[in-house]
Design a protein around this ligand. Structure first.
Ligand code: SAH
Length: 283
C-alpha cells in the first residue's frame, strides 16, 4: 500500500480508535505524519496525540456531551477554512469516524465547498470493550445481530428509539453515550420485553489505563453505572455478554452488599441464583 499523502487543500477524517495508541491503524499514523494541521476531539487518547509530530499544528475542538467547547457548525467552518487556505488537514476523531462521529456533516460541509475529503476507519469503542472483556459481540445461536445505538438525542430532541426492535433477545446492543440514561434505558428495554436478567457490561475508558468494567443485569444497570467515573462508557447488552465468566478485574457481589462497597470499586453485581457467574465474595 502506498504511503498516504495529503494534497494541499485536502481533508482526511481519521479514526483515532478507542484511546490506546497501539489500536491506531498504520494508515492513520502515516496520515498524522503527512498532515500540517490536525483538529482533534476530546475523546482522542493522549497517547495518540503523542504520535503527531511536533511541527504539525494541533487544534482541540473537544466536544463531550453536555460540555461542548465548539458546536458542530464551528468545527465544520474551521476545517473548511483550513482546507481553503491550502493546508493538509487531518480531522482526528475518537473510535471510528462513521460511528456516532458526525462525519457525514463534516463531509457535507467540505463537499459544499468543493473540498476533497477521505475517511480512514478506526476501531470503535464497542470492539475495544469486547476485546478487553474477552467476549464476542456476536455468538452463534445466542446473538445473531449486533446493534450500534446511541442513547443521546440531538439537542432539544426527544430520544426516539424503536424500543420493541431493540428489545430483541437474539441481539447484542452496543449502546454509546448511554450512561446518563441508564435508568431510562433499562426501564424501556424491559417494558419492551427484554428479560430483566439480561446480562449487561458497562465498560469505561476501554483500552485506556483507567479502564473499568461493571458486569450486571439489565434491571440493576442504573445502580451499577453509579460506580463508574467521568470517562466515556459503552454499554454492552445481551445474552452474549453473559457467555463468559466474570471479567477478570471484577468481583462478584450479591446485590444486598452494594451499599457497603467502596465508591468506584470494580465489581460485578449479580443476584445469588445466577449459578455460572457466582463466585464467593472476597472477604
Ligand atoms: N466514533 C466513536 C464514538 C463517538 S460517540 C467510536 O467509534 O467509538 C462517544 C461515545 O463513544 C462515548 O460517550 C462512549 O459511549 C463511547 N466511547 C468512546 N470511546 C470510548 C472508550 N474508550 N471506552 C468506552 N466508551 C467509549
Amino acid at each position: 500500500m502506498a504511503e498516504p499523502s495529503i494534497a494541499a487543500g485536502e481533508v482526511w477524517l481519521v479514526g483515532a480508535g478507542p484511546g490506546d495508541p497501539d489500536l491506531l491503524t498504520r494508515k492513520a499514523e502515516r496520515l498524522l505524519r503527512a498532515a500540517d494541521i490536525v483538529f482533534y476531539d476530546a475523546l482522542v487518547g493522549p497517547g495518540v496525540l503523542d504520535l503527531i509530530p511536533n511541527h504539525v499544528e494541533r487544534v482541540s475542538v473537544g466536544k463531550r456531551s453536555g460540555r461542548h467547547s465548539k458546536d458542530q457548525r464551528s468545527i465544520n467552518d474551521l476545517i473548511v477554512r483550513a482546507a481553503l487556505a491550502g493546508r493538509k488537514v487531518v480531522r482526528l476523531k475518537g473510535g471510528d469516524p462513521s460511528i456516532f462521529g458526525r462525519s457525514a456533516e463534516e463531509m457535507a460541509a467540505l463537499a459544499a465547498h468543493g473540498i476533497s475529503a477521505h475517511v480512514c476507519p478506526g476501531i470503535t469503542a464497542a470492539s475495544a470493550a469486547s476485546a478487553s472483556l474477552g467476549l464476542s459481540l456476536t455468538l452463534r445461536g445466542l446473538a445473531r445481530k449486533l446493534v450500534f445505538v446511541t442513547a443521546h438525542a440531538r439537542d432539544g430532541d426527544r430520544l426516539d428509539l424503536d424500543w420493541s426492535a431493540l428489545a430483541d433477545p437474539g441481539a447484542t446492543l452496543a449502546i454509546y453515550m448511554g450512561k446518563a440514561s441508564a435508568a431510562m434505558l433499562s426501564r424501556r428495554l424491559i417494558a419492551a420485553g427484554l428479560p430483566s436478567s439480561t446480562p449487561v457490561v458497562a465498560v469505561e475508558n476501554a483500552s485506556l489505563p483507567g479502564e473499568r468494567h461493571v458486569g450486571t443485569r439489565l434491571d440493576l444497570l442504573e445502580i451499577a453505572v453509579r460506580s463508574l467515573g467521568e470517562g466515556p462508557v459503552v454499554l454492552l447488552v445481551g445474552e452474549a455478554m453473559g457467555a463468559a465468566s466474570a471479567p477478570t478485574s471484577g468481583f462478584v457481589y450479591p446485590q444486598e452488599r452494594l451499599s457497603s462497597l467502596p465508591p468506584r470499586a470494580e465489581y460485578i453485581i449479580l443476584p445469588h441464583e445466577k449459578g455460572p457467574h457466582h463466585s464467593p465474595c472476597p472477604a
